[in-house]
Design a protein around this ligand. Structure first.
Ligand SMILES: NC(=O)c1ccc[n+]([C@@H]2O[C@H](COP(=O)([O-])OP(=O)(O)OC[C@H]3O[C@@H](n4cnc5c(N)ncnc54)[C@H](OP(=O)(O)O)[C@@H]3O)[C@@H](O)[C@H]2O)c1
Length: 246
């Protein structure tokens, strides 16, 4: 959590820097509770719901969003007191970190509605995957261009990190392997601060993160690439990383 604190925007750093110092020797979860990040999810379906719930239970303030936020009451109740729901615009304004968990076909709408706001954030964590059979031409274009590059063109200035793309939503609450070890998670991005925050958040919810390369290799984190299957350990992911072509 301490490394995450150092990576959020300056106004938030100043607000909780002294708390971080005071609580440096406390346990990780207690520190999270003392100095939470504000995390927004754009998309609150299976994956957005699972990730947001895990972040809320780790002590962060979470705002789930949907085009129909009134339908998120059960999710908010299950995620506990750190969670709330809002519109996409409200969530984008709320988060220091924004997690994108929508079908790729929704990205132009997201960019139009909140792209400029997202460009002010320390991290936009892109968990979404282009799937042509679901996302049509946008899915095809994002796959050809690379999803990270596609988003950068759509939302200039946004600090994108990709991660959790091959992790199944139902393993988020219990990220363990059959041998009892932690599940690894591959992360790709160009922005050092964004990468640090993303790794810290992954660790806090029980995953073992591995930075596998720049944003350009983020296209390998999910199908049609066959490198990752969501059940690998961090060591297995480290062995795969050198094979990913930029
Ligand atoms: N499911 C998984 O295990 C998994 C794992 C890794 C990555 N992913 C990726 O994560 C993304 C979401 O998958 P999912 O399984 O969570 O899908 P899902 O359960 O169908 O949820 C999709 C979410 O996207 C929102 N959404 C759709 N269009 C939107 C728009 N124009 N503006 C704002 N929000 C919009 C929906 O909200 P409303 O319709 O209520 O507005 C809903 O909350 C996909 O790109 C998927 O490939 C999924």
């Amino acid at each position: 959590m301490t490394d995450i604190i150092s990576m959020v925007p300056r106004r938030r750093v100043l607000a909780f820097a002294s708390l971080a110092t005071l609580t440096a020797s406390w346990g990780q979860s207690l520190l999270a509770a003392a100095a939470p990040l504000k995390i927004a999810t754009i998309g609150a379906g299976r994956m957005g719901g699972a990730l947001g719930t895990a972040f809320a239970k780790a002590g962060h303030q979470v705002m789930f969003s949907s085009r129909k936020p009134e339908e998120l009451k059960d999710l908010v109740t299950a995620a506990g007191p750190n969670a709330r729901a809002g519109t996409v615009q409200e969530a984008a304004a709320f988060g220091d970190v924004v997690v994108l968990v929508v079908p790729y076909g929704a990205m132009p709408e997201v960019a139009r509605d909140v792209g400029k706001v997202l460009a002010t954030k320390a991290l936009v964590f892109d968990v979404s995957n282009p799937q042509p059979q679901r996302d049509g031409d946008i899915g095809v274009k994002a796959l050809e261009q690379g999803p990270g590059e596609y988003l950068m063109q759509l939302m200039p200035g946004v600090r994108i990190v990709r991660g959790f793309n091959s992790t199944n939503w139902n393993s988020i609450p219990k990220p363990t392997r059959p041998d009892g070890g932690k599940l690894g998670v591959a992360i790709a991005g160009d922005d050092p601060k964004g990468l640090e925050i993303a790794q810290g958040l992954a660790r806090e919810i029980g995953f073992d993160p591995v930075v596998v390369g720049p944003l350009s290799v983020g296209k390998y984190l999910y199908r049609p690439s066959t490198f990752f299957n969501g059940s690998q350990s961090a060591d297995e992911i480290r062995q795969i990383a050198p094979q990913l072509k930029k």
